[in-house]
Design a protein around this ligand. Structure first.
Ligand SMILES: Cc1cc2nc3c(=O)[nH]c(=O)nc-3n(C[C@H](O)[C@H](O)[C@H](O)COP(=O)(O)OP(=O)(O)OC[C@H]3O[C@@H](n4cnc5c(N)ncnc54)[C@H](O)[C@@H]3O)c2cc1C
Length: 602
């Protein structure tokens, strides 16, 4: 067993945990400024989940229909069900064209219009003229936008000489007596050795925790490690009750079919062949936001209009688009149909069900990516030396429901902003490394020592599966107070079991069982944060829809069950106590007029 005093230690200006779109956008800014930057990743950088993004990046370029950033701002605020912070949303939507053009200049192979401009497709919840009609805002490279983007960013990083630590798993944050972050501990998977990475600044870009659910569009590595690291380090997690179900996961397989399908004209049909979204969302129809469409699908299934022998799925119909359009704009969807549903989508519809996709909550930050924690009435106390960007963070631009294409945009805008802020601070303040505390690695070594000493107990995989099944059952598309309360009890009990997980194979070299056991420590933080936060929110807002609190759209006090008087506030979940506190939704400092809350119909 390794001992703290003999651990290998390396020094960097900045350590970034995560080589997805957000981590690599930030690292590019830093490496280009000449800083000594290390990027850690559990997998080869271009295998990060960003590679799976299909549909597009939202930016009001107006290449194909009239658009401007005010419309994008309005759609995002409305999409968020007024839980998004409007200062952050304003910043993101104004910056969007700039970061997309920058990406284009990095060499991103976007699809093109005849006049050479970037091709843009319609996407759910994106409209022109404040909700009047769908707009073409999603900048796309066929249905492989994330793939093209991640490879572009990787190549630029190689050119800028970013140092990658591939198959390294960060374990815990190192904070000194002042609470400042001064590095991370990390496991080198190849050797099984623990290292200390000493840094002036640490940036978490670890992506989402979609693997806390049983049926998920997310990669297996999406276990919420950054959330776990923050939670164990007494940083509360924000708005974790809000999880997005994507309407079109392949039934039975979970693999995603991009919203770009509906952007290109695909239609959702029930067993009668009816385009049922016309009834629920007369203006946007199949292109209403995801939370809304997922609930409508669930409703159709519950009322007996689902398809198939068990009436348990909906059909996504693309047959009218024509083979040429499908093969040009949606080539991966064509392959997915063939490989995962045995369906030729040019000839027959494909079975789909709402599937967990994206976490709206995460580690609270300001628009520079700096991690913030509350103290008394001040909710903006900065954790010095610690930043978070991408899906693991909550700035919050997505509020209670994210619009499609706004995540890739979030990675670019806030990855870049955090990079610039770090460069500025390190240059201006000529900051030296703060000393490492003596016990820097003790906590991580104790976690590993417990696993190595374990002789009996449950396997990580079995406990992880129980977490996933509990989340699927108790925090789904529609929630009830009773199922959520039961879910809290279940997850609290599973937390105790996590403490007693055993590791049978104790070898060091490439021991993936050890990695999985360590990941469960992170899954449980994300799952408990979700369950506890959800059960406490007694209203319907965005992706959090609770049967007990549902009301009609014309209910004067609580339109569609949303309770702005009591619940227009962010949740903060504290791991040590499993307790909750709240912080106001920040409407300042806006440079545009804010969008006042109204009923969310489409
Ligand atoms: C199938 C799918 C399709 C999508 N399509 C779109 C779309 O079209 N448009 C859109 O806007 N959004 C889309 N999204 C959402 C979007 O792709 C993600 O939110 C986004 O890519 C997340 O990027 P990220 O940089 O935060 O993290 P990721 O890309 O998930 O990368 C996380 C990184 O962190 C590393 N990491 C994690 N834990 C550790 C650890 N402990 N130690 C070291 N490294 C670690 C991983 O190895 C990885 O490199 C889609 C998501 C999915 C799942």
């Amino acid at each position: 067993m390794q001992v703290a005093s003999s651990l290998p230690t390396r020094k960097f200006d900045v350590v970034i945990v995560g080589a997805g779109g957000s981590g690599m956008r930030a690292s590019l800014q830093l490496a280009r400024a000449g800083l000594n930057v290390a990027v850690l990743s559990k997998v080869f950088p271009t295998r990060s989940h960003t590679v799976a993004a299909q549909g597009g990046i939202g930016a009001s370029l107006g290449n194909m229909s009239e658009d401007n950033w005010h419309f994008h701002f309005y759609d995002t605020v409305k999409g968020s069900d007024w839980l998004g912070d409007q200062d952050a949303i304003e910043f993101m939507c104004r910056e969007a064209p700039k970061v997309v053009y920058e990406l284009e200049h990095f060499g991103m192979p976007f699809d093109r219009n005849a006049d050479g401009t970037i091709y843009q497709r319609p996407f759910g919840g994106h409209t022109a003229n404040y909700g009047e009609k769908p707009v073409q805002r999603a900048c796309a490279a066929a249905d492989r936008t994330g793939h093209a983007m991640l490879h572009t960013l990787y190549q630029q990083n190689v050119k800028a000489r970013t140092q990658f630590f591939v198959e390294w798993m960060a374990l815990d944050l190192i904070r000194d007596a002042d609470g400042d972050c001064v590095g991370v501990t990390a496991l080198e998977m190849e050797t099984g050795d623990v290292h200390v990475l000493h840094a002036k600044t640490v940036l978490l870009a670890t992506g989402g925790a979609g693997r806390i659910y049983a049926a998920s569009t997310n990669a297996f590595i999406n276990t919420g490690d950054g959330l776990g690291m923050a939670a164990r380090s007494n940083i509360p997690l924000q708005d974790m009750e809000f999880w997005q179900f994507h309407p079109t996961g392949v039934a039975g397989a979970g693999v995603l079919l991009t919203e770009g399908c509906r952007g290109e004209g695909a239609i959702l049909r029930n067993i009668n062949g009816e385009r049922f979204m016309e009834r629920y969302a007369p203006t946007l129809k199949d292109l209403a936001p995801r939370d809304f469409v997922s609930r409508c699908m669930d409703q159709e299934i519950k009322e007996g209009r689902g398809c198939g022998p068990n009436k348990d799925y909906i059909q996504l119909d693309m047959t009218h688009l024509g083979g040429d359009t499908i093969l040009k704009r949606l080539p991966s969807v064509f392959e997915i149909g063939h490989n995962f549903a045995n369906v030729d989508i040019t000839k027959e519809p494909i079975p789909v069900v709402p599937t967990i996709h994206y976490q709206m909550g995460g580690i609270p930050t300001n628009i520079n990516g700096q991690v913030v924690v509350p103290k008394g009435d001040d909710y903006k106390i900065i954790v010095e030396g610690l930043y978070a960007v991408g899906e693991c963070s909550c700035v919050s631009v997505h509020g209670a429901n994210r619009l499609g294409t706004n995540s890739l945009l979030d990675l670019l805008v806030f990855g870049r902003a955090a990079g610039n802020h770090i460069v500025d601070r390190l240059a201006k303040e000529a900051k030296a490394h703060k000393p490492l505390p003596k016990n820097a690695a003790d906590f991580s070594l104790a976690r590993l020592a417990r696993l190595d000493a374990s002789q009996s107990g449950e396997y990580a995989q079995d406990v992880a599966n129980d977490i996933r099944n509990a989340m699927q059952q108790h925090a789904g598309v529609f929630r009830t107070q009773k199922t959520m309360d039961e879910g809290v009890v279940k997850i609290n009990a599973i937390r105790e079991r996590v403490k007693a997980i055993t590791l049978k194979d104790k070898s060091k070299v490439f021991n993936t069982a050890r990695v999985e056991a360590l990941e469960v420590d992170n899954l449980i933080e994300a799952a408990q944060a979700t369950m506890t936060s959800a059960a406490a929110r007694h209203e319907c807002r965005g992706a959090h829809t609770v049967k007990d609190y549902e009301r009609a759209a014309d209910d004067a006090d609580f339109p569609l069950g949303r309770n702005d008087k009591e619940w227009m506030k962010h949740t903060l979940w504290d791991s040590a106590t499993n307790g909750l506190s709240y912080k106001p939704v920040n409407l300042k400092p806006l440079t545009v007029e804010s969008v006042p809350p109204k009923v969310r119909t489409f």
